[in-house]
Write a protein that binds this ligand. Structure first.
Ligand SMILES: [Zn+2]
Length: 113
């Protein structure tokens, strides 16, 4: 059955048997209000259908934050290595153009190639 907190109108699903035949005190999980709940006091028929804003079970679903963001250091290292490779590749492929444009680099090219 569904019971409603008289203080904050939060709704909770409870087992009718858990209230016993004479009812029992229950405590709202949201506002901690305590009231005596009778088992036959079914509030469901009088409940006006409104958008569900209060948790029926009294517990909001907890978000799981299992994923870990990728290590930014790793990403930076990867990007830097790609840039270095691109520069080296450009230097090697444009060797002739660089050699004629900047003749002083010829000695360096002979050292590494
Ligand atoms: Zn309440």
């Amino acid at each position: 059955m569904i019971i409603t907190c008289p203080e904050c109108t939060s709704r909770f699903a409870v087992q009718r048997e858990s209230l016993g035949v004479t009812g029992r005190f229950v405590r709202c999980a949201r506002c901690l209000h305590i009231w005596f709940q009778l088992p036959e006091d079914e509030t469901e028929p009088t409940f006006t259908p409104t958008p569900q804003q209060t948790p029926v079970s009294g517990q909001l679903p907890s978000l799981s934050m299992d994923f870990k963001p990728s290590n930014p250091l790793w990403t930076t290292a990867l990007i830097l290595s790609f840039i270095s490779m691109a520069i080296l590749l450009a230097l090697v492929m444009k060797k002739d153009w660089i050699g004629t444009t900047f003749p002083q680099t010829e000695a360096y090219y002979q050292m590494i190639l």
